[in-house]
Design a binder for this molecule. Structure first.
Ligand code: ZN
Length: 496
């Protein structure tokens, strides 16, 4: 291929260009035959989304991914690039990447006639054949399809309806490639009509002038199912031209969710001291998203993105890093209390229902963390007797710890709490674990007991005995809100 420099070379090589959807289909068939990984990095869709996606591509469909935010929709679309040929021959300088063997635009057609086999060939890399646009109501037909340039027309002495006067928009520039439109329902109706016309007839009207463009584009879209069905803002003829409608979803299982967060979160930090994230910290962070997705105070229609646990884990690691730097520790081990320092990455990632608004985003986030800790703690400490530790607090013991307390201080201060060290070892500390790891395990036990309301915690006093259960005279409103914090039954396994 590298030796092909002119149209003559290309013709002699026997190269045959294919429509883009055929090309993507052919390459997919190859990958399926050789059992290559399709869409590397996409986790948890093997039995749901991917089979439908493969079928759509095999059928040479334009398709739409329907799903809530943070369900890897854009990532899947970008993954289509891997199914394009590594490079294709184009007429050099052509804005719509014309095929030298069958050019569309008048300028290229003229060049082929003039230069014949001497016409030079350029090669277009596959990354340059993917065009993405976020739909917004202010996107115009000029942005999408193009505009007529009257100055160009006047200078060349052309009629305005001549395609040579065209200033190309995004769609023609995606010719022989993939054009992805995110949030399709946000695109104004008349722009959708324009898209439809170009798909159906290969022509479009710009400022009253009909322009014919027989483009070869694979069109892919994303949309939020709420906008799509409830508001119904995708015009019917366009909807009709979308061959497949594929629904995405949040991770169905905890292991899948953990794997996604592990893959996406920036936790391997070059230059930083060694970072070891205990499994229970990862699980608590993940559990927050699972709890949030079922919490009735949180708006289900807007969803809870997988970006919530991803950015939360990043902040958790940063808080641990900050503590380690301040106390001169060489090993960074995040603690469960560090999750509370990650509130800024939680509160902005969900929309509240009315009941949630009353309670406030920050309090909702704290409730979610506490419930998540309780859930993970119940799973790890299922059937383990924690009474010795609880009694120490009931007898008046207090521990003024915070997320800034150094590992050595945590160990020293909790030394006298009978049974605590033994409990903390149940989380699976490796032999010879460093002080930051031991301190993190102790912190997990204390936070777990707090989540189960067996001990209390306040900003001023740290950990202490549990508050007595609220009496019946407590204000009614407060009671109902508190009841809502579900602490899972300790007999229940938290993994699904
Ligand atoms: Zn051209």
């Amino acid at each position: 291929m590298a030796a092909i420099e002119t149209l003559g070379d290309l013709r002699r090589s026997g190269y045959r260009s294919r429509p883009v959807k055929q090309e993507i289909r052919d390459n997919l068939v190859c990958k399926l035959r050789s059992r290559d990984t399709l869409f590397p990095g996409i986790i948890g869709y093997d039995e749901t989304v991917l089979p439908q996606l493969v079928n759509a591509i095999l059928s040479r469909h334009n398709f739409i991914l329907l799903g809530l935010r943070g369900q890897a929709k854009s990532r899947i679309l970008r993954g289509l690039v891997d199914l394009l040929d590594e490079r294709i021959p184009v007429v050099p300088g052509c804005e719509i990447h014309d095929d030298p063997l069958a050019p569309l635009c008048a300028a290229c057609r003229a060049r082929v006639v003039e230069e014949g086999d001497q016409l030079p060939i350029a090669w277009l890399q596959r990354d340059d054949r993917y065009v993405e646009k976020l739909a917004t109501p202010d996107v115009t037909i000029a942005d999408m399809v193009g505009d007529i340039d009257p100055i160009k027309a006047a200078q060349a002495g052309l009629n305005l309806s001549d395609e040579l006067t065209m200033h190309y928009g995004l769609l023609p520039r995606a010719n022989r490639g993939i054009f992805a439109i995110n949030e399709l329902p946000d695109l104004a109706g008349k722009i959708q009509v324009g898209l439809f016309n170009i798909l159906q007839e290969g022509d479009v009207q710009i400022k009253g002038y009909p322009i014919r463009l027989r483009l070869d584009v694979m069109l892919v879209f994303t949309a939020n199912p709420e906008d799509y069905t409830a508001r119904g803002k995708i015009i019917t003829p366009l909807k009709d031209r979308i061959g497949s409608e594929i629904r995405t979803h949040y991770p169905a299982t905890r292991p899948n969710a953990l794997a996604i967060t592990k893959q996406e979160a920036w936790t391997e930090r070059p230059g930083a001291t060694r970072i070891e994230i205990p499994p229970y910290v990862r699980e608590v962070v993940e559990e927050i998203a699972f709890q949030a997705r079922t919490d009735r105070k949180i708006d289900k229609r807007s969803g809870v993105s997988q970006r919530l646990p991803i950015s939360t884990l990043e902040l958790v690691v940063s808080n641990a890093e900050r503590r380690a730097l301040a106390s001169g520790e060489a090993l960074v081990v995040p603690r469960v209390t560090d999750v509370y320092a990650a509130l800024p990455s939680i509160t902005g990632k969900f929309e509240l229902e009315y009941e949630g608004e009353l309670r406030g985003a920050e309090q909702i986030a704290r409730d979610l963390i506490r419930t998540a800790v309780g859930s993970v703690f119940s799973g790890v400490f299922n059937g383990v007797d924690t009474r010795t530790v609880v009694e120490w607090f009931d007898l008046g013991g207090t521990l003024p710890l915070s997320d800034t307390t150094s590992a050595d201080d945590v160990i020293a201060q909790t030394h006298g709490v009978q049974g605590l060290r033994e409990l903390s070892e149940k989380v699976g500390l490796p032999p010879g674990a460093g002080a930051p790891a031991v301190a993190s395990a102790i912190d997990f036990v204390l936070e777990g007991l707090y989540a189960q309301k067996k001990i209390g915690r306040s900003d001023e006093r740290g950990y202490s005995a549990a508050e007595p259960a609220p009496r019946r005279t407590a204000r009614r409103e407060e009671m109902t809100l508190d009841d809502d914090i579900r602490i899972p039954n300790s007999k229940k396994k938290y993994y699904n």
